[in-house]
Write a protein that binds this ligand. Sequence first.
Ligand SMILES: [Zn+2]
Length: 258
Amino acid sequence: MGEPRRPGRDPLNADPFIQLRLLDVQALDLRLDQLAHRRRTVPEVSEGERLRAERAKLASELATAQAQVSDLTREQRKAEADVEQVRTRRARDEQRLQSGQVGSARDLQSLQSEIESLQRRQSDLEDVELDVMERLEAATAHEQELSARETELGTKLAEVDQARDRAYAEIDAEVDRLRRERTDTAAGVSDDLLKLYEKRRAQHGGVGAAALRQRRCEGCRMELDARYLGQIAAKPDDAVLSCEECGRILIRTLESGV
Ligand SMILES: [Zn+2]
């Protein structure tokens, strides 16, 4: 029964039915690989990264805008106080003027001149105050706009993260289901054959076992030459074969064409 074991080359035997099972394991592994790839490339992950970068930039812009509003608020208070100071002094002077207590014409003239000077000063300071108010208004509007954008971005980011988590959950549930199916399918396949399969799978881009159909290896898509097909036909059904072209485990099927 079987052929003499040659070290390192197709040393295994497995019931043809078990060999076909290995093709099912292979199909499940490919689906699991696809799911792992899908999990790595869930679009919401890169979208989330983009939004997070945008949010960080916005937060820094917002901090600058807030500092500006705070500076201008201080500047406005100072401008108000400056105007108020001059206004108070002018009111006091005008009261003195109207009280009739200033006797000499010289004092009267000096007081009037001071009032005029204070009027001009007040007008200048009011211009400054108005300018600060306008700048504060613009800065506040800018801050509010940035703040609204930050809120909007936060909402969007939360939605994207939720969508990402839903995608993960969906993929993970499918992975769990397929892993259970793989365990059931692989039951009965010997550890040696599974080990060989895993080794070939690692060497050949995730495909370690391929079917032989219509004289073609479905791993490398090569049609096998007549000499090799003749050798295959001569082998016992339970011999584990390897494709001469690609080295994958080659599994005979009902449509092998041998
Ligand atoms: Zn091949």
